[in-house]
Design a protein around this ligand. Sequence first.
Ligand code: GUN
Length: 300
Amino acid sequence: MGAKIISGTEIAAQIREELKQEVVLMKEEHGLVPGLVTILVGKNPASVSYVTGKQKTAHELGFYSMQDDQPEDISEADLLALVDKYNKDPKVHGILVQLPLPKHINEKKVLNAIDPDKDVDCFHPVNVGRLVIGGEEARFKPCTPAGIQELIVRSGFETSGAEVVVVGRSNIVGKPIALIMMQKGKGANSTVTVVHTGSKSMEAHCRRADILIVAAGVPGLVKPEWIKPGACVIDVGVNRVGEKKSEKTGKMVPILKGDVDFEAAKEIAGAITPVPGGVGPMTITMLMKNTVMSAKMSIK
Ligand code: GUN
């Protein structure tokens, strides 16, 4: 029997509907509108597209949302001053500086200048520290790992006591999802192993996984024989492996492939995310969830 396909598109739509209701309630009960500002430096086409998607979703959810475009040659000092302006703006609950930044700007310095209480990306060291400590201390979760956790939980997989194997140790996905899944509490409490390029036997670890999360950035890295029958497989990889003509528009569009050999893996796994349409749609949605959370936290 084939695996259940976990649709990030459907789950993200469901969460956005829940958020919409929360925003309406927040307006009614507190006269408060969640505010998100996205700062884009330059005109990198991929960044423009990401930021446009974030703004569109914020707008659809009824947020106060603002796109702040800055020229490629903005000075670091001016960008820091801009961040500070939004740190002090009570209408803004979330600040996102789209990465990458131009080479003349110190990315770390800019990210660290964002007020941790408005850091909806969860990139600030204070928020990373809070995530490590967990429990009462935890606040935002970084968007992609938070989306992965939602996919697992909403697909009905038991996480408590489960063997979770994470392939990849990036600061954006591998490390934070490992931290999230090992925390005590609902939707977590798992036994977590992280494998990476220095691991002796990636395959042996993967074969033990009840929940396998792959964020390596290597197309087709995980082979079907690495998957335990019935496992939940979350493929975070989005690798461009070529181009094809779109049937809809006739334009050339990228061919995307995940880190897992999807066609073969879906015959063995219990559930699996597709690429595209799996983890991808969840990331923006979780950014919106963090912004709503930040707005809630601002209620005294
Ligand atoms: N560039 C690509 N992904 C991201 C993201 O999640 N946050 C920010 N700030 N920049 C990005």
